[in-house]
Design a protein. Structure first.
Length: 135
């Protein structure tokens, strides 16, 4: 038995940490050292606009369908939104971010990124275990 005070809620803390690490991992393509070499700058720009545009259009359509299906008429809130609806298209957002030129001078970047992915997985699993026992 492990008592929690009203201010400390373990599932919420692990969930929040997972979200922070998840957002960080979504923006990691900025720092990727090995990138696809496009034939020209114009081709790179077209690809970035294409993938970013598809991401925005599909996101808008998903959110519009959820607004129409789950929200009341005139409601200002968007009800029914869950991350699982947008996860399949997040790769398009990451592909468009990967084409932004940022020079990465972080030593052992691949090892540090692997550590963050493993840390995120451990935090997520610990949150699931806490939810199973205390939720």
């Amino acid at each position: 038995y492990m008592p929690f005070t009203a201010e400390f809620n373990a599932p919420d803390i692990t969930s929040g940490l997972c979200k922070i690490l998840g957002v960080f991992l979504c923006f990691c393509p900025f720092m990727e050292q090995r990138r696809y070499a496009f034939a020209s700058e114009k081709e790179k720009k077209k690809f970035t606009i294409f993938t970013g545009g598809i991401f925005l259009i599909v996101s808008f359509l998903v959110l519009a369908s959820l607004y129409a299906g789950f929200s009341s008429v005139g409601d200002k809130a968007l009800l029914g939104v869950q991350p699982r609806y947008l996860l399949p298209i997040i790769i398009l957002f990451m592909l468009s971010l990967a084409n932004i030129n940022v020079e990465n001078k972080i030593k052992n970047y691949d090892k540090k990124l692997t550590f963050l992915i493993a840390l995120n997985t451990c935090v997520m699993l610990s949150g699931l275990m806490v939810n199973a026992f205390y939720g």
